[in-house]
Every structure is written in C-alpha cells, then in structure tokens.
Design a protein around this ligand. Structure first.
Ligand code: ADP
Ligand code: MG
Ligand code: ZN
Length: 478
C-alpha cells in the first residue's frame, strides 16, 4: 500500500532581546554557567516576574509576518512540572490565549508549486536551563543562564507532507524570524529547535493516523534522517497489523533510530492554570498598527524590489535573499560601489565559495561588511586589477584586514605611470629572448607566455590588456 507522511511542527525560537522575559538578566549565549541569574529566574520564593515589553513586540511582529490574528486580551498560564533545569518547577507559558493565532506561511510543495501551511498559533514562554552531564566527574551540573530566556513557540497545523516540505517550512520560517530581527535562529546554539509530530496514513485517506512526537530536533540533516526513519517505522508497524502508539520519542542521530521517551502527556498532566503573578496583558489596536507600520522588508518583498529597482535576475535575488546575512552584505556593498550586479556576482562567487570551503555559515561572516564594497570600488577605478581584487578579498576573508590599507602596504596598486610598465616589460623581453624568437617565428603560444611573465613581473600592478598592448608594441607585431 502507498502511504502518505503527515507532519506538524512545534518550533521553539529564542528571541534576541537583550534581557530575559521576566527579569533584567542578560540573555547572552555562551557565558560562564550561572553568572546570568537572579532571584526571579532562579525561582527564589517571593520573587515576582515583570514582563519584558520587547518580547511582546517581537511576538506581534512575527505574527504579522505570518498573517496571524493578534490576540488583544492575553494571559499567561503556569505549566507545572518538575525538572532539574527548571528551579521554579513550572514554566510560564500561554495555553488558553496565545498571542497570535491562525496564520499562514507559503512554502514550496512537493510538486514544486506553492502551498500555504497553516500556523495554528504562536505563544510566548520562558526557556529552561541546561543540564551538563560530565562522565569524567560522574556528575550532572545545572546551568541556569538559559532559564527565563524568551521563547516563541510556533505551532503549525499538520499540513506538511515529507522531508522537502518540512525543511522548506523551517527555512522560510527562519528567514522570516531573522528578517524581522526577532531571533538569530542559530540551530547549533539551540536558539532554533523543533518538535516534529509525524503520522502516516494510506494515500488518499481523509483521516489522520496516530502520531508520535520527536522532541528537540536541532539540525536539518537529523530532521531529514529522522523523518525517513520514523515514516518507515510507522509503516512497518501498520503493515504487520499493529498500531502506532501515541508517544514522545527521542531521536539518536548516531544510531539513526528513535526510542520512546514517555507516553504522550496531556494539558491536564501539567495542571495548567492562569499565572497569578502576572496581570492580564492587553494589547491595543494602536500598538498593533504601530508595529505593522514599522515592519521590516521580508525576503519575498526584497526579491521583487531587487528585480524591479536593481534589475537583478531572479536567480541572483533568490540566492541573496536566502539569508539575512547575505542581504546585509549585499545592501552595504551596493551602497558603497553602486553596482548591484557586480555586488551580486562577488557574493555568489567569491563570498559563497569561501564560506563553503571554510564551512562558515553566513551568520558568521568573518569580515567587515564594508570591505567587499571597498574592493569593488578599487577595481572599478582601476586601482587594482581583477586578479589582485580576488587576492585582496582572500586576505580580507581570512583576517578581516582593511582592503585599502592592505593594497597600500603591499604595493598592489596598478602602476599609473605608463613608462614604469614599459620598463618592466623591456626587462621581460630581454630576459626571455628564446620565447621572443619563437614568437617571431610564428609560435603564438610564446606570446601568451611573455604576457604571463609580464604580469608576474608587474605583480598584478597592470591589467592584462595593458601588458598585451605594450608587449605587442615592443615586439613590433602590429
Ligand atoms: P498537543 O497540544 O498535544 O501537543 P496538538 O494537537 O496541539 O497536540 O498538536 C501538536 C502538533 O502536532 C501540531 O503541530 C499539529 O500540527 C501536530 N499534529 C496533530 N495531529 C497530528 C497528526 N495526526 N499527524 C501529524 N501531526 C499532527
Ligand atoms: Mg505539543
Ligand atoms: Zn534573572
């Protein structure tokens, strides 16, 4: 029998606010354990939470970007559970009145068309801390720095149908969150992670099968492998005449398989109730309008504008708008050099190939964004030739060197003095009499060799056209 995979996602993204959701502690990643904690986020009795206004703003901005309704009368709810990395023994979340509901996100469907995936809701909540298991010391440690870091949980309807759609949904969502400036979505730092709910059903069936939930997936490769494996596991169960148990499972990426973690919990299990330490949150229409009026330009709109205003081909706009970090580099570069196509070419060529060969993500772009524009300007003004420009860029990429200073210090500028070029090439002719004779006897390859020697002796300080022209003159070939 043919089966269809049905997937719904619960994505957790850490917001890039400076401080935590209910206290003033810093949210900065990677600091010494337990240095960013206070009585509120470490769950001391009597400490009271105060809602961070920026979290609400970020949530509304995200909701508007994915066409959600914004809930005017919000409330927070207490989700009770004990876990060693959550000292309060409850998480403040939103169950009954999530801040955003009923949105849509357009993705590319399996058949190559466009598909609107429904967003069921987006709600605000706080993150828990981290447990660090140390085999060497045979002990587990707790780091509470992450306690109280603001999260948005974005819940889709079960509208996704396989690996490609799921990865595209995550990619599009990540783009929106990054372009909205609400999250940096660094999967490897855990600031963007998702629970994948998956069921299978006979192709053509209208009802959903029983689903499992795979928790805390934080790499696209693992998600892809997991979806294939879980689909196969569920189909095998059904084919044997068995049934899928609704449960939460954990994916072991090294083993390439998942194992049950716990039975599926219900809202009742958490004994949710309205959070008594926070007043209801009322959002005015004016507040929503003000955020709407200041929405940043999203990838789709940018794509259209780049084509309309800058005349860029669709291929180029697609690549550049695939990452907010490429967009930032592109826009800065165009601002400096004024040539959109040349900027796009450099980014799609040198920049992407170096990112790839050094396995660097665009978000970790290792050089000042102005540097690329400066290099292009030097090339436009014929201060350096193309080959030198690439070399300068390699240096900029490797060590974040200032390109103008580098060209000066290393004498890479082209010779503006025609005599200097001529003199250098006279030297080349004298030193390579054998090739000169071959050339005079009709061997055209010998001329290419002389051009190469000329370029070398000028160390890229003259253009190939200039070297060719002067050499022809010296050898009297035209
Ligand atoms: P809970 O609140 O218990 O986690 P929900 O019904 O709210 O369950 O759904 C959670 C997630 O599971 C949503 O992303 C939803 O799209 C997805 N989901 C629900 N039913 C199915 C199903 N049969 N197959 C796959 N995903 C599902
Ligand atoms: Mg859930
Ligand atoms: Zn705190």
């Amino acid at each position: 029998m043919q089966y269809e995979t049905v997937i719904g996602l619960e994505v957790h993204t850490e917001l890039s606010t400076k401080s935590k959701i209910f206290c003033a502690c810093s949210t900065r990643f990677g600091q010494t354990p337990n240095t960013q904690v206070c009585p509120v986020c470490s769950g001391m009795p009597g400490a009271l939470p105060v809602l961070n206004r920026a979290v609400v703003e970020y949530a509304i901005r995200t909701g508007l970007a994915v066409n959600c309704n914004i809930t005017r009368n919000n409330q927070f709810d207490r989700k009770n559970y004990f876990y060693p990395d959550l000292p309060k023994a409850y998480q403040i979340s939103q169950l009954y009145f999530p801040i955003c509901t009923d949105g849509t996100l357009a993705i590319t469907s399996e058949d190559g068309g466009t598909k609107e995936v429904r967003i069921r809701e987006i709600h605000m909540e706080e993150d828990a801390g981290k447990l660090i298991h140390d085999d060497w010391e045979d002990a587990s440690f707790t780091d509470f720095n992450r306690c109280g870091v603001p999260l948005l949980e974005i819940v889709s309807q079960p509208d996704l149908r396989g690996v490609a759609e799921t990865l595209d949904f995550l990619e599009k969502l990540k783009g929106i969150l990054q372009f909205c400036g609400v999250s940096d979505c660094k999967m490897q730092e855990g600031s963007f992670r998702c629970d994948v709910n998956l069921s299978v059903r006979p192709m053509g069936s209208e009802t959903y099968g029983t689903r499992t939930e795979l928790k805390n997936m934080n790499s696209t490769r693992a998600i892809a492998r997991m979806i294939e494996a879980e689909t196969a596991r569920q189909i095998a169960l059904l084919e044997e005449g068995g049934h899928v148990t609704q449960e939460t499972r954990r994916w072991d990426d090294d083993a390439g398989e998942s194992y049950p973690m716990r039975g599926k919990e219900d809202a009742q299990d958490y004994k949710y109730f309205p959070e008594p330490d926070l007043p209801p949150l009322v959002i005015s229409q004016e507040q929503i309008d003000a955020i709407q009026a200041n929405m940043p330009e999203l990838p789709e709109a940018k794509k259209l504008r780049y084509t309309r205003e800058l005349g860029l081909p669709a291929y180029d706009t697609g690549i550049i708008t695939s990452s907010v970090y490429l967009v930032r580099l592109f826009e800065t570069t165009v601002e400096i050099c004024g040539d959109a196509k040349e900027s796009a070419n450099w980014i799609m060529g040198e920049v992407l190939s170096r990112l790839k060969s050094t396995q660097t993500l665009p978000e970790n772009m290792p050089f000042a964004p102005e540097s690329l524009g400066k290099i292009i300007v030097m090339a436009q003004k014929n201060i350096i030739n193309r080959g030198t420009a690439k070399k300068v860029f390699a240096q900029v990429f490797a060590e974040d060197t200032d390109p103008e200073a580098y060209v000066k210090q290393n004498n890479l500028a082209m010779l503006t003095d025609a005599n200097a070029v001529r003199e250098a090439l006279i030297g080349v002719v004298e030193a390579n009499q054998k090739s000169v004779n071959e050339f005079k006897n009709g061997k055209t390859q010998a001329f290419q060799f002389l051009v190469g020697q000329g370029m070398k002796s000028l160390r890229g300080q003259a253009s190939a056209q200039e070297v060719t022209r002067v050499l022809r003159e010296l050898l009297g070939s035209d």
